[in-house]
Ligand binder design. Sequence first.
Ligand code: 1GP
Length: 243
Amino acid sequence: MNILNDILNSVKEKQKLLAVLIDPDKMKLESLPDFMQKLNASIATHIFVGGSTVKDKATERLVVEIKALTELPVVIFPGDVSQITAYAHAILFLSLISGRNADYLIGKHVASVSKLRATNLEVIPTGYILVENGKETAVQKVTGTQPMSYTNPKQIIDTAKAGELLGLKLMYLEAGSGAILPVSTEIIKRTKATLSIPLIVGGGIRTKEQLDKAYQSGADLVVIGTAFEEDKAFFNELKKETH
Ligand code: 1GP
């Protein structure tokens, strides 16, 4: 399995991707089998596991359980070094390029290298851009950085492009988990237009219409967490077509 190559191929073939984000702090292991059954019957293509604050070992336990229940790739979306586990397929090696906290630009990365050396995880360098959404997000609090203002799209697209020029392989526009306002279609469109690497969009997407809008605007992969946590019936609206 090479997850980045598969994403690049999907983008080439204009196939849209959906990652379901599972937060180890919120998912109860006893609810997992039912959740995964619904997830497997949906159009989801990836599972992201992570959160801003997660207790030690909770990620590893959850990843092991998830892998026993699905064939889909499991990708760590880490809030911290402690969330790295060898049991996943890949890790988004996130650089928080919207902020200026050196820890989240390079510091945590250095701190994670010993752990990564001991795994076979596919490491995917990913630019992470936090966009203002109407309320303070967990990422903001934990990282002590400010999101970029949606009133200044030029700053956002230039940041994304700078990340690509630095060699990042994926770009993630993040409104924050549970965001009131998802990233706007204008920002998605303009960011997509400036990039030649795949574009991930997440935060505050709760309906099929919002998902389709994000895809139409240029998101290659959309991440949804809260909407599935709050209402598993949402999976029914996103069922795989069976022939
Ligand atoms: C958060 O982008 C993800 O990091 C998903 O956000 O929980 O709002 O879907 P939601």
